[in-house]
Design a protein around this ligand. Structure first.
Ligand code: GDP
Length: 364
């Protein structure tokens, strides 16, 4: 599955957010650094109101959301790229995730120690980013010369790598993230993606605020939003402490509590939705009387790839996919009317799945 890694300096609220997200006590929040030593992984359902609409039309008994993984990655301190704190372990864990959820402390509280003794989310973000850039820089300082050498000896892949990663290296030497690299063709793009550079991953900033700022944010979160905008990144305001509280409530209590705080949905819903959209994935659906279910594939995935998400045998024995666009399914109120209207398409092996497709796979 696809995963977001939760990062940030110690004591900014990562574990609190993670706990709320997964509704487990697995990662115990505590008021000291290095509390969560092993990376904790939790899967959460991605809210999608299209799923409710489809289930209603088909009379599905059950709704199953697609899942997004969150990893609580502890141990980032200044000097992590040089192996300080849990540096090396931290960097290994973060290399494997698909996107970064960067938690920034935007709340004042004298009882909770800040590692640098001041609450300054922009400075914190820069501390973290510097470590991530140093880590990428260090790894490329070794890799690029090796690739260049192999490239000279006739290794084509290595030559592509040397070119595109060489460009990333120049950026990093300039103090810029690797995501500003512009691959010149599809081969370079592929090799660049395979390199799993940390600063090439998309970022969502989560501004962790106190309860009273949960609805509208504060001056600190406003600065983070400006920063995000300048970088083409996303940002959301959340009060992790409140989210942790909400996570323990019954569904009916939740609505009331949110209303009192002036919120229409939980901060977690916004984190999950923004995290999901960061990954540039797409969702397709399978719908029947038993269940309506959402599934995730990469943009550009073919019908057999989508079938493979459900079962590897479906991909191997793929014959065709009966497909209805979401809007057609809803407008025509279900499969049989869509079929009558000629909106149920028989798609073959090369069909590229579209966001919202309602699919039924025929396989041998
Ligand atoms: P981590 O080290 O980043 O994982 O931080 P934790 O989640 O362990 O949180 C550190 C401390 O800050 C804990 O005592 C939390 O209860 C507290 N905390 C987390 N979020 C908030 C918040 O939004 N407001 C306040 N006042 N305290 C918070």
């Amino acid at each position: 599955g696809f995963r977001c890694g939760i990062v940030g300096l110690p004591n900014v609220g990562k574990s609190t957010l993670f706990n709320a997200l997964t509704q487990t006590a697995a990662a115990q929040a505590a008021n000291y650094p290095f509390c969560t030593i092993e990376p904790n992984v939790g899967n959460v359902g991605v809210p999608d109101n299209r799923l409710d609409q489809l289930a209603k039309i088909a009379g599905s008994q059950k709704i199953i959301e697609t899942q997004l993984g969150f990893v609580d990655i502890a141990g980032l301190v200044r000097g992590a790229s040089k192996g300080e704190g849990l540096g090396n372990q931290f960097l290994g864990n973060i290399r494997e995730v698909d996107a970064i959820v960067h938690v920034l402390r935007c709340f004042e509280n004298d009882d909770i120690q800040h590692v640098d003794n001041k609450v300054d989310p922009i400075a914190d973000a820069e501390t973290v980013e510097t470590e991530l850039m140093l880590s990428d820089l260090e790894s490329l300082e070794k890799r690029v010369p090796n690739l260049a050498k192999k490239g000279m000896q006739g290794d084509k892949e290595a030559k592509i790598g040397a070119a595109v990663l060489g460009q990333a290296l120049e950026l990093l030497r300039d103090g810029k993230p690797a995501r500003l690299t512009v691959p010149k063709d599809e081969d370079e793009a592929r090799v660049f993606a395979q390199a799993q550079l940390i600063t090439a991953k998309p970022v969502l900033y989560v501004c962790n605020v106190n309860e009273e700022d949960a609805a509208n944010g504060n001056a600190l979160s406003a600065k983070v939003f400006e920063k995000a905008k300048a970088e083409g990144a996303e940002a959301v305001v959340v009060s992790a402490a409140i989210e942790a509280e909400i996570a323990t409530m019954a569904a009916d209590e939740r609505g009331e509590f949110l209303g009192e705080l002036g919120l229409s949905e939980t901060g977690l819903t916004r984190v999950i939705t923004a995290g999901y959209s960061l990954l540039h994935l797409l969702t397709f659906f399978t719908v029947g009387p038993k269940e309506a279910r959402a599934w995730t594939v990469h943009k550009g995935a073919t019908a057999p790839n989508a079938a493979g998400e459900i079962h590897t045998d479906f991909e191997k024995g793929f014959i065709r996919a009966e497909t209805i666009a979401f809007d057609d399914y809803v407008t025509l109120r279900g499969e049989s009317k869509a079929r009558e209207a000629g909106k149920l398409r028989a798609e073959g092996k090369t069909y590229v799945v579209q966001d919202g497709d309602v699919m039924h796979f025929l396989h041998s």
